[in-house]
Design a binder for this molecule. Structure first.
Ligand code: ADP
Length: 522
């Protein structure tokens, strides 16, 4: 399959649009990722603070128990004195609901005999206090420390252990759920946002698990946080997209402006070259037209001169008059000769250089794009070979030829209904030494009588046409060693359409750009 590409009427800036989409998405994702990172870091910090605060509080219970152990009934002056601080403890520590004491084999003064005794036995084994009668949902438990002769138990209310003033979060509104857990039961310290109702829009979940730093109360601090879609920085992300879209639009407008200016400059340059060449064509045409009568004048005066030789001639007058006529004719001829030398085509052979033909074609199409678009002409470029070798040509001349051929095709297509305005540019390799560039249109075609005369100076069928465009193209092509011709009518075309073929020599393969030398014309 030969590679082919279509020149769109209005090439949408798809690539730059895609680039904008990528930049906008990447920026928005970056903002979202940063927000998630911030939320995670804040969650971790809060959870650690909560763990530290709660640990400090429960460690206090151990300290109180240790103090109570020191107040054993036997260690002080009497039972009454040692028991005195006990009733005051709850008023000092609001989380302590009651202080229980049992001496020797006496029963505990509450009905929880079995739990308290089991905890007492455990405390005696481990050497530190033990929990008993744990009712986590209600936030209650007993802490028992075995001693001799008396053992002590504190009834603790977890709700009062939470230091509201140092708490790092708003306990009613924070989305973080904090619980103290043990044996599958939990005391809710802070409800947080219900984890399940955010299910559909849940983006991330963070969790924190760490046991309180008190061996006597092995409760686990569990913090959970789910991040919903609504917590993403949507306004920031939208702002970023709008900002980049604005920048893209501004950049695109600048780019279009620059392209339009470049096109205008190039058209101006082409116009100047065309005008200069047209003047040359005009002068060459005049020279051609003038030369014939002058030559005739010269021969007739010479004949008259011979006749005047007959009898009875006024030899002196006739001879001098004719001599002046001859002289004038010669001078006119010399003027024409000079004019002709003046307007002779420059030798472009020395200025040729290797050029990539597809790029030259794209350049020419870019120049004419507004006209092509305005007239709704669909352009198709077909490259028959994938790696077309560079051609040897003079850049401005090649551009001029291509521009003329495309303009002619455009003018021909203007006469067709809009749906039939198609222009095809073909690039092919007729042989190893040449590249052919064809410009074919689906216009009205060229009548047989005009086909013979297309390249004659001043031949035109167009109102206001000069008839010099193709003549100029042909001589520019010849000057740089190329060849321009009208392709034979395609069979079955019934005279419709016209195709011009420019055959250019390929550039010899050069090892490096600097060692390349342009060949001289044959
Ligand atoms: P001008 O464009 O000034 O007429 P050109 O030398 O460019 O001069 O063209 C000479 C003539 O060749 C045109 O008047 C037109 O009749 C004919 N011609 C050139 N190109 C085409 C084409 N693509 N389709 C039909 N006729 C064409």
């Amino acid at each position: 399959m030969p590679p082919a590409w279509r020149h769109r009427r209005f090439p949408p800036p798809l690539a730059s649009l895609l680039l904008w989409a990528v930049v906008a998405c990447a920026g928005a994702l970056g903002l979202a990722a940063t927000r998630l990172q911030q939320l995670h870091a804040a969650f971790e910090t809060d959870a650690r603070i909560v763990h530290r605060l709660l640990s400090q509080r429960v460690v206090q219970h151990d300290a109180i128990m240790a103090t109570l152990a020191l107040l054993q009934p036997g260690a002080a002056a009497g039972d009454a004195a040692s028991a005195a601080p006990l009733p005051r403890l709850p008023s000092v520590y609001p989380q302590i609901l009651a202080v229980l004491q049992r001496t020797g084999q006496d029963p505990w003064p509450v009905p929880l005999q079995a739990e308290l005794s089991a905890a007492e036995a455990a405390s005696r084994r481990t050497g530190h206090a033990a929990m008993a009668a744990l009712d986590l949902p209600a936030g209650r438990y007993h802490l028992v420390l075995a001693g001799t002769p008396a053992s002590y138990a504190l009834q603790i209310d977890l709700r009062a252990t939470i230091p509201a003033e140092e708490w790092p979060m708003d306990r009613d509104r924070s989305p973080v759920r904090v619980t103290l857990e043990h044996g599958g039961k939990a005391f809710v310290v802070q409800p947080g946002r219900a984890g399940d109702d955010a299910g559909a829009s849940r983006l991330r979940s963070y969790d924190f698990h760490k046991q309180l730093a008190a061996a006597s109360q092995p409760l686990e601090v569990v913090a959970l946080r789910s991040v919903g879609l609504s917590e993403l920085p949507w306004w920031g992300m939208l702002g970023w997209c709008v900002l980049t879209a604005g920048l893209w639009a501004a950049g695109h407008a600048l780019w279009r402006q620059r392209a339009a200016r470049q096109r205008a400059e190039e058209l101006l340059r082409l116009g100047q070259v065309a005008r200069l060449n047209t003047l040359g064509e005009l002068a060459a045409g005049m020279a051609h037209e003038l030369n014939q009568p002058l030559t005739a004048l010269l021969s007739s005066t010479q004949a008259a001169q011979r006749l005047l030789d007959d009898d009875p001639p006024d030899l002196g007058t006739a001879q001098s008059a004719l001599a002046r006529a001859v002289e004038q004719a010669r001078r006119a001829s010399a003027v024409v000769g000079r004019l002709r030398r003046l307007v002779e085509r420059p030798d472009l052979g020395g200025q040729v250089q290797p050029l990539p033909l597809p790029a030259v074609v794209q350049d020419a199409l870019r120049l004419l794009q507004p006209d092509l678009a305005q007239h709704g002409v669909a352009v198709e470029v077909d490259a028959a070979v994938p790696d077309l070798p560079p051609v040897l040509a003079e850049p401005v001349a090649l551009q001029q030829i291509l521009h003329n051929l495309l303009t002619n095709a455009l003018q021909a297509l203007e006469q067709m209904p809009p749906a039939e305005r198609r222009l095809r540019i073909g690039l092919s390799l007729p042989d190893a030494a040449h590249v052919a560039l064809s410009v074919r249109d689906d216009g009205p075609g060229i009548p047989p009588e005009a086909r013979q005369r297309l390249f004659e100076p001043f031949f035109t069928t167009r109102r206001g046409g000069l008839g010099l465009g193709l003549t100029l193209c042909e001589s520019l092509a010849q000057a740089m060693g190329a060849h321009l011709a009208l392709a034979p009518e395609a069979p079955g075309s019934q005279g419709r359409g016209a195709e011009f073929v420019l055959t250019l020599p390929t550039a010899p393969a050069a090892p490096t750009a600097t060692s390349f030398t342009t060949p001289t014309r044959p």
